[in-house]
Write a protein that binds this ligand. Structure first.
Ligand code: CTP
Length: 433
């Protein structure tokens, strides 16, 4: 999960915990949000307190937990005050009861009153028995709430605590938190980012292929950092050794040709494109239909160049930002400069996997940024997540400059549009303040 970003202003969230066995998962939600640098204030309903104690939530969040309508702090009623100062209100788990109350304007406890008094976006992560979730009343309430701009992290399907099978299980804490972080992100709100990640595989025969050691960590770090800044993220991923982050759209490919096709079909709708993938430079000219026999005295492979995905975007980037990577093990600056010119990117991120701390599959990287405008910037050895944050910060600056230079309006910014994410779905449109 995300690490706190020093560059970001602190974010504050109210977590409402209502009555469901899934209330135990709220402890994990608090922990993950805190890890991502979000200050969490909990409101626990009376039914919620049957499943988890205020002591647990208060100890984990480091903040007093509101349990009653009339809990007071200096200068006001606590639940109203913390809600007023929060960027988002998350209800997880959200019982059928709290959904019904909010849908029909009932404010008879601290949580329902806080929601009614809030002008911030409200996200529900429902959890209930499958018959309740599928009941006509809950369905109608969810529809009504969606129409009014409330957001939902839809429950999953599986075996429920009551022993039945069906839909109603609250989404995993990591999924809920990924969804929330995307809502909290402001820098990329209404913008789309495409990132390529991992390694490609070029078949020799039905059992063998040519590939490299890229793990996908750098690309996934960019995807995760962009998601947390509020971007709608598409990852075109070759083979990877790690799992992609939640809350981003993942398009899986194998070969360079497949990656080129996937990027060509999608790049236009994305304002920022970041190419971290280690794409094979050559592929066998012919793929043998049968396994190549072993133990030959000599085997010569006939290879041909693959598509250069990054270079293929040349001339198609008006008002957009394209960032490439350069993997160099010697004459690093020369190699990176050559790629900056020949591939026509706005910025090239130079890295050398033979340097200490920059190995394939590692958690850290030491990079130098070379900009098309002639400037370079050396970043100290940092986590890949931190490197990703820096890359995005620079991409946003370049985009802003292009918008100012290009036209008064700049590239189109989509606001409130529906976006498919994996696996959480954004239902309805965000409420505006
Ligand atoms: N790249 C690409 N398509 C390729 C090869 C590379 O899109 N067929 C992209 C990479 O994703 C990266 C940049 O181009 O953003 C540079 O990749 P790198 O492997 O460092 O360079 P190559 O172009 O492969 O050149 P060389 O192997 O000679 O260093």
């Amino acid at each position: 999960m995300s690490e706190p970003a020093a560059s970001r202003p602190p974010r504050r969230l109210v977590l409402g915990v209502s009555g469901s066995i899934a209330a135990y998962k709220s402890a994990e939600i608090v922990r993950l949000l805190q890890k991502a640098g979000v200050e969490v204030h909990c409101i626990l309903t009376r039914a919620g307190a049957e499943f988890i104690t205020p002591l647990t939530l208060g100890t984990l969040s480091g903040q007093p937990v509101t349990t009653g309508m009339f809990d007071e702090v200096t200068g006001g009623i606590r639940h109203i005050q913390v809600t007023r100062e929060s960027d988002l209100l998350l209800v997880a788990p959200a019982s059928g009861n709290i959904l019904g109350k909010v849908a029909h304007g009932i404010a008879d406890d601290a949580l329902s009153t806080a929601i009614m008094a809030s002008s911030a976006p409200v996200v529900f992560a429902p959890a209930m028995n499958t018959r309740m979730w599928e009941s006509a009343a809950v369905k109608a309430n969810v529809r009504l709430l969606e129409e009014r701009g409330f957001l939902f992290v839809t429950p999953g399907t599986g075996s429920l605590a009551c022993g039945e099978m069906g839909t109603g299980r609250m989404a995993d804490p990591a999924e809920v938190v990924a969804f929330v972080l995307r809502q909290l992100g402001t820098e990329g709100r209404g913008r789309r980012l495409l990132v390529t990640a991992g390694r490609t595989e070029e078949d020799l025969d039905p059992v063998r292929f040519l590939t490299n050691r890229s793990s996908g960590r750098m690309g996934f770090a960019v995807a995760e950092a962009a998601r947390d800044r509020g971007y709608a993220v598409t990852v075109v991923a070759g083979t990877t050794s790690v799992e992609p982050p939640l809350g981003v759209e993942v398009v899986r490919v194998r070969s360079a040709a497949e990656m080129a096709r996937a990027v060509a079909a999608r790049h236009e709708e994305h304002e920022i494109v970041v190419m971290t993938a280690a794409v094979a430079d050559y592929r066998p000219r012919h793929v043998e239909p049968r396994k190549i026999p072993g133990r030959q005295r000599r085997l010569t492979l006939d290879l041909e160049p693959t598509e250069d995905v990054l270079a293929s975007l040349r001339g198609k980037r008006a008002g957009k930002v394209t960032i490439g990577f350069a993997l160099e093990t010697e004459a690093e600056m020369e190699g990176a400069r050559r790629k900056l010119e020949t591939k026509g990117a706005d910025c090239i991120v130079l890295n050398n996997p033979t340097r200490p701390g920059s190995a394939f599959g590692g958690e850290t990287n030491e990079v130098t940024l070379l900009f098309a405008v002639g400037r370079t910037e050396v970043l100290p050895l940092s986590t890949k997540r931190r490197v990703a944050e820096e890359i995005l910060r620079h991409a946003e600056e370049i985009l802003a400059e292009k918008c100012t230079a290009g036209s008064a309006s700049g590239p189109p910014v989509r606001r409130g549009g529906k976006t498919a994410v994996r696996p959480a779905r954004r239902s309805g449109r965000g409420r505006t303040r």
